[in-house]
Write a protein that binds this ligand. Structure first.
Ligand code: GRG
Length: 293
C-alpha cells in the first residue's frame, strides 16, 4: 500500500514552535477571569495550532542578529496574535465566510459572529500591549505600519475590490505582498530591530523575508487547488469559490511552482551571504517551498 509521506518541519522549527506555544499560553488571559467567554474564544483560536511562522521568523532574526534575553517573546507572541486576529476576521461571513480553520470550526461557527469580532479586537489590543512592553518604539511602529492601511489592510481591501474580475500579475502581486507579505516582512524586521541589528543585517533579513513571503503566498494559492482539507485544516477551493485573485489563475500552476522555487533559492542566497549562521533561515525557506499546510 502506498503511504503519503508529508514533509515535516525541521527539528529546529518544531523546537521553536514549542517554545512559542509556551509563551502564548503564558501571555494569554486565562479562562477563569471575566469575561470568561471571550477569553475561552481567544484561546480556542490561538491555541488551535498553526505553524507559528511569524514568531519563529522573529525569533530566528533576533538570534541571528545577536539578540539575547526574554524581550523577543513579547514581540513574537504579539505577531502570532495579530496573525490570528486577521484569520478570525477574514473567516467571518462578511469576509470569506469560511467554516474551517486550523482543523476546527471557525470561531464564529463555534461562538457566534459577535464574539468572534470581539475576540479579534481583543487580540489586536493584547498584541500592542505586549509590543509596548518591549519599550522599543521602532519595533512597535514596524508592526503598526505592516498591518494598517499601508500594509495588510491595503492588501485585504484590494483583494475585496478585485473579486470577480481578472487581474494583471502586478495587481495580484500588490494584493499578496500587502495582505500576507507585510506581516512576514515585519516579523523578521522586529526580531532584528530588537536585537539592535546594523543597517546591513536589517536590509538582508528584509530582502530575505520579502522573497519568502512572496513564495509563501504562491504556495498558499497552489495548496488551495492541490491540497487536501485534512492536511490543510481549512477548505480547499475557496479562492475559486470566492472569485479570488491567485498566482495560478494568472500565470498557471507550473509557472507558479517554478517562481516559488526561484524565490526561495534567492532568499537562501541573500541570507547565506549576510548572516554567519543562516541554517534556521535556510530551513524555514526550504520548509515554505515544500509545505503541505
Ligand atoms: C480581515 C483584518 C483582516 C485581514 C485580512 C491577512 C489577512 C487579511 C487575512 C488572513 C487570511 C488569509 C487566508 C491570508 C492568506 C494566506 C495566509 C496568511 C494563510 C494563513 O497563514 P498560515 O498558513 O496559517 O501561516 P497558520 O494556521 O499556520 O498560522
Amino acid at each position: 500500500m502506498n503511504r503519503i509521506v508529508r514533509p515535516q518541519p525541521p527539528t529546529c522549527l518544531i523546537k521553536k514552535r514549542e517554545i512559542i506555544d509556551g509563551y502564548l499560553d503564558r501571555y494569554l488571559p486565562t479562562e477563569d477571569v471575566y469575561p470568561q467567554v471571550l477569553h475561552r474564544a481567544i484561546r480556542y483560536s490561538v491555541m488551535a495550532g498553526g505553524k507559528r511562522l511569524r514568531p519563529i521568523l522573529a525569533l530566528t532574526a533576533f538570534e541571528a542578529c545577536g539578540g539575547g534575553g526574554e524581550i523577543i517573546f513579547k514581540a513574537a507572541v504579539a505577531l502570532e496574535l495579530i496573525h490570528t486576529y486577521s484569520l478570525i476576521h477574514d473567516d467571518l461571513p462578511c469576509m470569506d465566510d469560511d467554516d474551517l480553520r486550523r482543523g476546527k470550526p471557525t470561531l464564529h461557527k463555534e461562538y457566534g459572529e459577535a464574539v468572534a469580532l470581539l475576540a479579534g479586537d481583543a487580540l489586536h489590543d493584547l498584541a500592542f500591549n505586549l509590543m509596548a512592553q518591549t519599550g522599543n518604539t521602532e519595533a512597535i511602529l514596524e508592526l503598526a505600519d505592516a498591518i494598517g492601511t499601508k500594509g495588510m489592510l491595503a492588501g485585504q481591501m484590494a483583494d475585496m475590490e478585485a473579486e470577480g474580475r481578472s487581474l494583471t500579475l502586478d495587481e495580484v502581486m500588490f494584493i499578496h505582498t500587502h495582505k500576507t507579505g507585510k506581516l512576514i516582512r515585519s516579523s523578521v524586521r522586529i526580531g532584528a530591530v530588537l536585537a539592535g541589528a546594523n543597517e546591513e543585517k536589517l536590509t538582508a533579513v528584509t530582502r530575505y523575508a520579502e522573497k519568502i513571503g512572496y513564495a509563501f503566498q504562491i504556495i498558499d494559492d497552489i495548496l488551495d487547488i492541490e491540497g487536501d482539507v485534512e492536511t490543510l485544516g481549512k477548505p480547499v477551493g475557496s479562492d475559486v469559490k470566492n472569485f479570488k485573485a491567485t498566482f495560478p489563475a494568472v500565470i498557471g500552476l507550473e509557472e507558479s511552482r517554478r517562481r516559488a522555487r526561484e524565490l526561495t533559492d534567492e532568499a537562501v542566497e541573500i541570507i547565506s551571504s549576510a548572516i554567519k549562521q543562516p541554517d534556521h533561515f535556510v530551513q524555514i525557506a526550504r520548509f515554505i517551498e515544500c509545505r503541505q499546510n
